[in-house]
Design a binder for this molecule. Sequence first.
Ligand code: SAM
Length: 330
Amino acid sequence: MDDTASTTTSVEDNTGNLLDNPTRDTLAEGLLGLLKPTVDQLDERVRATRISQLELKQQIESLNEELQKVKEALNNHPDLDPYVKKLIACKHKVTVVLNVLQASQNQNRAQAGLCLIRAASTDTMETPYQNHIDSKDFDHVYEPAEDSFLLIDALEKDLEFLSSKKPIFCLEVGSGSGVVITGLGMAFPQTICFSTDINLKACVMSKSTASHNRVALECVNMDLTSCFLDNKFDIIIFNPPYVVTESSECGGTDITASWAGGVKGRQVTDRLLNMIPKQLAEGGVFYLLLIKENIPEEVADIMMKHGFQSETVIKRQVRNEHQLVMKFYR
Ligand SMILES: C[S@@+](CC[C@H](N)C(=O)[O-])C[C@H]1O[C@@H](n2cnc3c(N)ncnc32)[C@H](O)[C@@H]1O
């Protein structure tokens, strides 16, 4: 056999042909098969722990509020001060633990060679770094919670479907901290990402989350998609303010805009539903987070009238809230 007909697979032989390299692909597949179940398991556990920590933090916050009320009722009795201080210290500790968990999640992924897995497969999404955010900023901007993670999980579940759409323009309406659109931008680095939020502080945070995770994001302070004229997006996502409230509570531009959903918790969502036909590209897809009280069947009917099919991608019960993510496409 002469040199040109050699079938060896040395590094030298393959360096000129990196895009089409069966040896590298087989090796990558082998490694992937070995590492992926462990990384997925580890990742799932860290994510579950982070959700528990968030719950704990919320409970401490409400306890804190109750204590303040008791203190006021007792005319600011000084005996209660040490308890309030202890609770605040406890809350700070939980925040630190949350940050450590987040860092360890990212480290685990890096150590276990997730980069390799990400390059070779399309079935996982990374949770963006959020360590740059000061916990006090979440007094003004929606802090990622179970609903945010459910939306990320829905996108992760649909990664193969989304890849098949070869998306270029992605939009998150109401991006808050920016974790969801940043996660999407990390999964599809070739896309051009946009987001909007009615809360200016949320826009600043979204932009900073994206840049800390090396995702290019244009975030615009606007009502829903009202300032986009002829833009057509391949993917649109929305985790709306979905809590059923008095109509009058709706329409704020501060933290209340994160949750106050008015009648059926759908006052903001319904306005966006009417904008989707114009803003979504012909083969595009729209993901929407809802709760049972929003009456998802009615949302499907509205979208059907606009010519869209619908599907429930994922459902989860969080305490007494039934959350789900629906997708709509033509
Ligand atoms: C439930 S939070 C979700 C935040 C983030 N997407 C997440 O999943 O963590 C809803 C977000 O929608 C924003 N929002 C509410 N009404 C809006 C409107 N009319 N136009 C744009 N954004 C809006 C809020 O400011 C808030 O950031």
